[in-house]
Design a binder for this molecule. Structure first.
Ligand SMILES: *[C@@H]1O[C@H](CO)[C@@H](O)[C@H](O)[C@H]1NC(C)=O
Ligand SMILES: [Zn+2]
Length: 384
């Protein structure tokens, strides 16, 4: 073992490298920062397109565990719906692990929807997320990606996005995990000031000009990793809200038309403006609590799905367009994406499973062989 003396040296070198500070992001250099891999934070339309040539993307997203109750709503609101170009609509699910039914995640995937990550534990307090380091982020998101791919039986490279619980970013650490695992984007960062015109997605090669609503926000240079800004809505009193269910003064009404008008007014700020992607970010419980909001949402989706230059898509499809921004005609000619199917065989309910974090017996629906114990932080595949 002639070279064994090298090993301690390598270990020392790695530890030192890990302690190194990340480079601080500098003011964006428009010349150096070019698509497809770099974009300065900006409200200007990618590719220098005019608004009328720019597809109006709509990103509908749902957070948290996927279960038999909320899947009923997803089927009612989203399935068998098409954009005006005849392609199935997209939506993105930021899935947290605890109580998730992975057979239903597989069903969502097979219906063309994007599966993204919302952490393993989704634990409180919020300070846990604000203070999380890279190791914690790696367990919550890097390992969750393996878990999701395994139990829902979906290709790991289709999982490209994350959203932090409580929209509480830890500064740079979640973006470092995107970089280390080869994922593409985060969608946790609200903007209150850049809503009209709205902020378009951008990369973190250079310093962001976005307002930091929930500190700490990333300030390091993390090349090629994308931010999808959560362009806030305005409620009926003009208060900003990053998620539809967090608005302070929504319509308090049983009248679906009032909800429809409210959704439409927020949409029009984008559609009549710089066409920054329009986010409809919500939790399913809200639709169950307010049936008129659900009917209003269905009216709203029926309406926008009939507009030729509006496209309701997966969030990753928005990034892919921004990287290669083509005018509407060319975009339509590309045809439909996301037609796919992955088996869920044998469909199995696993359990009772013992979990390390809670005295509770878990039952978990899986598309893959059952784990020996409930998958959790540090043990994503639930090995004994
Ligand atoms: C992010 O990285 C930058 C550059 O190293 C550093 O100045 C900043 O303090 C880091 N932020 C957090 C929250 O650690
Ligand atoms: Zn959540």
């Amino acid at each position: 073992m002639k070279w064994s003396w090298l090993i301690p040296l390598l270990v020392v070198a790695l530890v030192v490298a890990d302690d190194d500070e990340l480079p601080l992001a500098e003011i964006c250099d428009q010349e150096a920062c070019q698509l497809p891999d770099c974009r300065c934070s900006s409200t200007s339309i990618p590719g220098g397109l005019e608004p009328r040539d720019t597809p109006q993307f709509v990103m509908v997203t749902f957070d948290d565990a996927v279960n038999v109750i909320n899947t009923e709503t997803y089927r009612e609101v989203l399935y068998n719906r098409q954009n005006q170009n005849g392609c199935p609509v997209g939506a993105t699910f930021y899935v947290s692990h605890e109580y998730t039914n992975y057979q239903l995640v597989n069903e969502l995937y097979n219906n063309g929807f994007e599966i993204a990550l919302h952490s393993v534990s989704h634990q409180t307090p919020q300070a846990y997320w604000a203070e999380a380091n890279k190791e914690i982020m790696m367990k919550e998101f890097g390992e969750q990606r393996q878990m999701m791919s395994h139990f829902a039986n979906i290709p790991i490279d289709t999982i490209q996005g994350i959203r932090l619980p409580f929209l509480q970013m830890p500064g740079n650490a979640s973006f470092e995990v995107l970089a280390e695992t080869g994922m593409t984007y985060d969608c946790s960062w609200p903007t209150i000031t850049h809503i009209n015109p709205g902020l378009w997605p951008y990369t973190l090669d250079y310093a962001s000009t976005q307002d930091c609503v929930i500190a700490p926000c990333p300030t390091a240079s993390i090349p090629g990793k994308w931010v999808i800004p959560m362009v806030t809505w305005r409620d009926l009193d003009g208060n900003p809200c990053s998620m539809v269910d967090a608005c302070f003064s929504p319509p308090r009404s049983d009248d679906a038309d009032e909800w429809f008008m409210y959704f439409t007014r927020n949409f029009e700020r984008h559609y009549m403006g710089n066409r920054a992607p329009f986010g409809f970010f919500i939790h399913e419980w809200y639709l169950r609590a307010f049936p008129a909001a659900t009917r209003g949402l269905i009216l709203f989706l029926d309406s926008i799905n009939n507009i030729p230059d509006v496209f309701m898509v997966n969030s990753i499809d928005v990034i892919n367009w921004v990287k290669d921004p083509v005018p509407i005609d060319e975009y339509r000619a590309r045809g439909c994406q996301n037609l796919r199917s992955r088996q869920c065989l044998p469909a199995t309910v696993c359990g009772p499973l013992v979990a390390p974090h809670k005295e509770e017996q878990f039952y978990m629906s899986s598309c893959n062989a059952c784990p020996g114990t409930y998958p959790w932080l540090g043990n994503p595949l639930g090995s004994n």
